[in-house]
Design a protein around this ligand. Structure first.
Ligand code: GTB
Length: 217
């Protein structure tokens, strides 16, 4: 059955791979599933056709036969459950890998998103410069503890898993700020993720779309 995901027709990052379709592409590549991409122009995101697939008018989405999903975490989890490669077989190890998926999205990512908001949506507010260090310190708190837990291990809990895929993806969002370099073990962990052939394919695919000429009209 054909898998179709959605992505920005043109990502605001110009192809740096930070939009969340990259996470879904990466998971699809890890489990070896071919997929098609439907590009959603900005003006179509909140129109009924796209809202019927994504209730909040966002990307990415996932369609496979009569199954439609939204929320990156849910899509990655679905793929990891259906196909070998992203979750361990042992039930307890599997539960721990799923725990890292949640940790990435609900513990580590929120302060990182806050930094984007503080810079790009609230940057012109009179209090923005006072808020920035507070937000950066909240990220540092999380990264300090995450780095201590990772230690010198290659991945968070045994073999590479969907937990690592999401954690690396979340950390990639903090990379442009320079904060990641304060944590060499995490920087090396992210580099290991980026070096995976599946990530490389996912990155290249989104880059090709974001650097291709836009269709006329
Ligand atoms: N919780 C949802 C999920 O995980 O799937 C969040 C989905 C989401 O935030 N989608 C964003 C979106 O559709 C794109 S990924 N935004 C349009 C809208 O809400 O109208 C977030 C994103 C966007 C841009 C960059 N960037 O340019 O660096 C990075 C990440």
């Amino acid at each position: 059955m054909t898998i179709t995901i959605t992505a920005f027709e043109r990502s605001p990052d110009g192809g740096k791979g930070l939009a969340r379709d990259t996470r879904v592409r990466w998971a699809l590549e890890e489990v070896g599933q071919p997929y098609e991409v439907r590009l959603v122009p900005h003006q179509a995101m909140k129109e009924p056709a796209h809202l019927s697939v994504h209730p909040f008018g966002q990307i990415p989405t996932y369609e496979e036969g009569d199954l439609t999903l939204f929320e990156t975490g849910s899509i990655v989890f679905h793929l990891a459950q259906r196909h070998p490669g992203l979750l361990p077989k042992d039930a307890n190890a599997r539960a721990r890998a799923v725990t890292w998926m949640f940790a990435a999205l609900s513990t580590v990512e929120p302060p990182i998103l806050d930094l984007s908001i503080a810079k790009f949506q609230e940057g012109d507010k009179p209090w923005a410069q006072d808020r920035l260090p507070v937000v950066q310190d909240r990220i540092r708190q999380k990264l300090t503890l995450l780095s201590a837990r990772l230690g010198d291990a290659e991945w968070l809990d045994g073999d590479f898993s969907a937990g690592d895929l999401l954690m690396v993806s979340v950390l990639l969002r903090v990379k442009p700020s320079g904060l990641l370099n304060e944590f060499p073990k995490l920087a090396a962990y992210v580099a290991r993720g980026e070096a995976r052939p599946a990530y490389q394919r996912a990155f290249a695919a989104q880059l090709a779309i974001n650097t291709a000429p836009l269709p006329a009209g």
